[in-house]
Design a protein around this ligand. Sequence first.
Ligand SMILES: C[S@@+](CC[C@H](N)C(=O)[O-])C[C@H]1O[C@@H](n2cnc3c(N)ncnc32)[C@H](O)[C@@H]1O
Length: 221
Amino acid sequence: MASMQKRKDNYIPALSYDGLTPLYDSLIRWTTPEQTFKLRLIEQARITRNHRVLDLGCGTATLTLLIKETHPEAAVVGLDGDPKILQIAGRKALAARLDITFNQGMSYDLPYPDAPFDRILSSLVIHHLTHENKIRTLNEVHRVLSDGGEMHIADFGKPHNALMLAASLPWRMFDGMETTSDNVQGALPEMMRRAGFIEVHESARYMTLFGTLSLHVARKP
Ligand SMILES: C[S@@+](CC[C@H](N)C(=O)[O-])C[C@H]1O[C@@H](n2cnc3c(N)ncnc32)[C@H](O)[C@@H]1O
């Protein structure tokens, strides 16, 4: 059952197993306040008409489409390591008649020169990365952002109450205890600072069936 194998070599698929990817959009829609937190992430990014925006780990491109719909004059790029999920993303952009560029590439080795982006948004990706690849990814995001550019991240964070702590355990066992540990220990802000970001802070948090979902903002000096 090759399609049900968990890929650990370079990226972990959206629902950990290739064969589950077609279920991804429905699952996230029903188990998280998806529209609310993705629109909030876009709003806090204060994207303007000339901005070049990257959706890092765009998956099925729900966030990428929302960025382009709300900011049609910004140049929007979606990047993901998984070529199969990028086919779904491309079909959704085509159906919505949105001009979005999709690139296949790894978050920790971005296929871009220095500083082409003004904003980098990312949703539910960092918890897929090993500790080392989180560090490499944050360094790469810093490299491809322009001076004064901003990173806006939505991902699982430190559980903010006992209910969220309990909710996070089954999900962590499914998604991977190792890759999720920096998230639930609240280590991401300090890792962002170590990559050279300033003004790092948590801007919002939400309760989900998988535990606390946190939004973070960070700026390249
Ligand atoms: C849980 S999905 C999130 C998708 C989308 N951002 C969203 O919010 O719905 C995580 C995505 O990150 C991608 N991914 C995981 N590790 C990656 C890496 N190192 N580089 C690029 N993409 C990666 C996966 O292929 C998957 O599409």
